[in-house]
Design a protein around this ligand. Structure first.
Ligand code: FAD
Length: 462
């Protein structure tokens, strides 16, 4: 991990700038500052530029607030509470450093194009003010660039990446500081209200954020769910995945810790593979910063611009119950099961033939775990413009429902209009007798999936 050279003598005061690492365990930036400095100033900046973007949804801001309150509690227990500022991250960080006479800033690395630009600015400002900037292990098990194919760059295909990734020896965890000393005049935490840009309120059923809930969830998962992960991870109604993604995204857990604690247990291999996907997309993004807006592998698509179809998809009113259930879960919980994400993404890009960017933007505005690399990487994968080796695969929503929600429990849970429909009609309500159908208040399919799939193949294979 790139850091500037270590100083031999103890520094008096250092800032720890938290970004995507809202935890005290296995946090290399915090551990390094605690070991080196007599006093630390833990800092989080509510970055105005991020707050103005579409990712700063009400769901995510509520989750972030929990994370910050939890982090403050853990830091305060150790002797130095969290300072929260709002504004330009570079200006605010240097202001805090100067106010406390800090000579260094420790922070975690990140791979998004925005984080890279911000880090450049921070590095320049630090150099001007003679403050040392030290960067540490970021939110990956294997950092982008740490394993590369023989011809350099990044891995384009998952399987060889998985082989290289699995062969890496895990770095030891960074020690958790037991005591921290803070400057005497460190202010008490005042967490400002962080209203969403669009004025919406968070969904009532979103998870609570923070390292405490994350560690509890991980412990429960390792003791219970992990063993059935291999056979159960695609079971839509069964909730048999870890639900750790938002905690990983905000850095309430280090992915290295998650992997290490899972290793050797039944189910660990399949689970490790998913953590590897997370790093896979990050190494692609680090090498291809244009990924959020440009097709990774252009296929000459001329996407349909149907506002009506996009609205029906967003609102979960496509008339395909399994698609609508996924979209309603997203709206209600700020989360969607991975299998449902695949189904709804295929439906938008392959069946409705609407641009993946519109889907990714909608996901980013609601998902707690919305993450540039994984959101865009998975959308492009499903749209066939990314790293999928079978770019024209189309998921049939009926067959997917039959396989992964065979008794319709997932649909009934998320689509209340269909809660009382019995048998296979819950997957195909259009087969019900007209009189029953009229009572449902549920739309007819907005598109004929089979025909749309044939058209897509025609377009792509032309
Ligand atoms: P588990 O099945 O328990 O997996 C464990 C962890 O592995 C997850 O928490 C996650 O960190 C990682 N993981 C699992 N699957 C993937 C994957 N396909 N790609 C990358 N990492 C993975 N994941 C995000 O974290 N952020 C996103 O913005 C995001 N957008 C997606 C968009 C689409 C269209 C699709 C198809 C998938 C997306 N995913 C995203 C991946 C995946 O759906 C979620 O990570 C997963 O559903 C989270 O649930 P879980 O924690 O229970 O996962």
């Amino acid at each position: 991990m790139p850091t500037t050279s270590a100083t031999a003598t103890a520094e008096r005061t250092g800032v720890v700038l938290f970004t995507c690492d809202l935890r005290v365990h296995d946090n290399a930036a915090l551990a390094a500052a605690a070991a080196r400095c007599e006093r630390v100033v833990p800092l989080f900046v509510l970055d105005e530029e991020i707050l103005a973007g579409s990712c700063a949804s009400a769901n995510r801001l509520a989750f972030l607030r929990d994370c910050l309150a939890d982090l403050d509690g853990s830091l305060r227990d150790r002797g130095a509470g969290l300072v929260v500022r709002r504004g330009d991250l570079v200006a605010e960080t240097l202001r805090v450093a100067s106010r406390h006479g800090a000579s260094s800033i420790d922070m975690s690395a990140d791979c998004t194009p925005y984080a890279a630009r911000r880090r450049e600015r921070l590095a320049r400002a630090c150099a001007e003010q003679r403050v040392e900037l030290r960067e540490h292990a970021g939110p990956s098990v294997v950092a982008p660039g740490e394993v590369t194919p023989s011809d350099g760059g990044h891995y384009r295909i998952f399987t060889p990446y998985w082989r290289a990734w699995s062969g890496r020896v895990l770095q030891p965890a960074a020690p958790t500081p037991r005591r921290l000393s803070a400057p005497a005049d460190l202010p008490e935490l005042r967490l400002p209200a962080i209203p969403a840009r669009d004025g919406t309120a968070p969904s009532p059923r979103i998870a609570r954020g923070g390292e405490g809930p994350a560690r509890e969830r991980l412990t429960r998962w390792l003791g219970g769910g992990l063993a059935g992960y291999e056979e159960g991870h695609d079971d839509l109604a069964g909730e048999r995945t870890s639900r750790l993604s938002a905690f990983l995204h905000f850095g309430c857990l280090s992915p290295r810790t998650v992997l290490e604690r899972a290793r050797g247990r039944p189910g660990a291999e399949g689970f490790a593979r998913q953590l590897c996907w997370r790093d896979f997309h990050r190494q692609v993004l680090a090498d291809r910063p244009e990924l959020p807006s440009r097709d990774y592998r252009p296929r000459g698509d001329r996407w349909r611009r149907s506002k009506r179809d996009l609205r029906a998809w967003r609102e979960g009113l496509t008339g395909y119950p399994i698609v609508d259930a996924g979209m309603r879960q997203l709206a209600a919980e700020g989360f969607m099961h991975n299998r449902a994400r695949l189904i709804v993404a295929s439906f938008l890009t392959k069946t409705l033939y609407v641009d993946w960017r519109a889907g990714a933007a909608h996901f980013a505005s609601l998902l707690l775990d919305a993450d540039v690399a994984n959101n865009v990487g998975n959308w492009q994968w499903m749209a066939g413009t990314g790293n999928d080796t079978r770019p024209n695969r189309v998921l049939n929503p009926l067959r997917q429902a039959e396989r992964f929600d065979p008794d319709g429990a997932y649909v009934r849970r998320h689509v209340p209009e269909l809660a009382g429909v019995r048998g296979r009609a819950v997957r195909e309500p259009w087969r019900l007798p007209a009189a029953e159908r009229r009572l449902l208040d549920y739309p007819a399919p907005i598109v004929d999936h089979e025909r749309a799939a044939r058209e897509l193949r025609g377009r792509r294979e032309r």
